[in-house]
Unconditional design. Structure first.
Length: 286
């Protein structure tokens, strides 16, 4: 949900749409700079999320952050930005911060994974008393993006924890990204195999959040293009399997599907396509 007008307005937008959970950017997703959060805004956000029963709330980190880059200056700037994201989320009482692991650009996957792990370890070591989790998002694998295999996510987590960093790392799955990266959810057998691979490489107990998005591109395309539920290649059967899996029933599940009214972000009134996508998903549960 948009934070136009202040963070508390995002909670009101979520409740107006009938949401039980919420994902936000706590700052502009395309800028390094973050405005300070006034104490009054923090207090109102916390109060509304409890009173309106929209919780847990998750933050998504800025898209500018790249912990895998070989550019030392950019990597240090990314570390600082990630630390700020975690600090803001902790202040707001959020469950976690969703992070795209990063892109290795001109180097290798192995080198990129090592840089990610080292950077995460450094950021978390400085915040060992915080409770907010860092949630690595499984990606579609576009270009040199890392985190598109469960093995890569497992490598990052193992390297971070092997260095003695407290275990505050979870995982966020995205249905569009899973399909694009080559993980099939389209049959009972394929779904069971994908979940088995996740458990073997990462551990299903690491799963904290799921993004429910259909995909404009087919299985294995490694192209990240979200679309509305039932309008893409993921298939309603895949969403039904996730929504009715008893292992996942306590997890927050978030829509990142396109909005119909992109030019009216200041409104509290729910977006028609949010309502349609939520209705489709809830009918699958019923």
């Amino acid at each position: 949900m948009s934070i136009a007008g202040g963070l508390p307005r995002a909670v009101e937008r979520a409740r107006a749409a009938g949401c039980d959970t919420l994902q936000i950017f706590t700052k502009s997703s395309g800028q390094w700079r973050a405005r300070p959060l006034p104490d009054s805004e923090i207090a109102e956000f916390r109060r509304l999320s409890q009173e309106l029963d929209v919780r847990p709330v998750i933050a998504h980190a800025s898209y500018l952050i790249n912990l895998a880059t070989p550019d030392d200056t950019l990597r240090q700037r990314s570390r600082t930005a990630l630390g700020e994201e975690l600090d803001r989320a902790e202040t707001l009482g959020l469950l976690g911060v969703v992070l795209h692991p990063g892109s290795y650009t001109t180097t290798t996957e192995e080198a990129g994974l090592t840089r990610i792990a080292e950077s995460i370890g450094a950021v978390l070591d400085d915040r060992h008393e915080q409770r907010t989790a860092l949630l690595l998002e499984h990606t579609a694998g576009q270009g040199t993006n890392l985190g598109y295999t469960f093995e890569q996510l497992g490598t990052i987590i193992t390297e971070v924890e092997g260095a003695g960093t407290p275990a505050r790392i979870g995982v966020c799955l995205d249905t569009c990204h899973l399909l694009a990266a080559g993980y099939d959810l389209g049959s009972d057998t394929a779904y069971a195999d994908t979940m088995q691979q996740l458990d073997a490489c990462v551990g299903c107990d690491r799963l904290r959040v799921i993004h429910l998005n259909d995909s404009k591109t087919p299985l294995g395309s490694r192209v990240d293009r979200h679309t509305h539920i039932g309008a893409g290649h993921v298939g309603l059967g895949a969403f039904r399997r996730l929504l009715t899996d008893p292992r996942l029933e306590a997890l927050p599940m978030v829509l990142e599907t396109p909005k119909e009214r992109t030019g009216r972000t200041a409104d509290i009134e729910p977006d028609p396509m949010d309502l349609e996508n939520l209705r489709t998903l809830r009918e699958l549960i019923e």
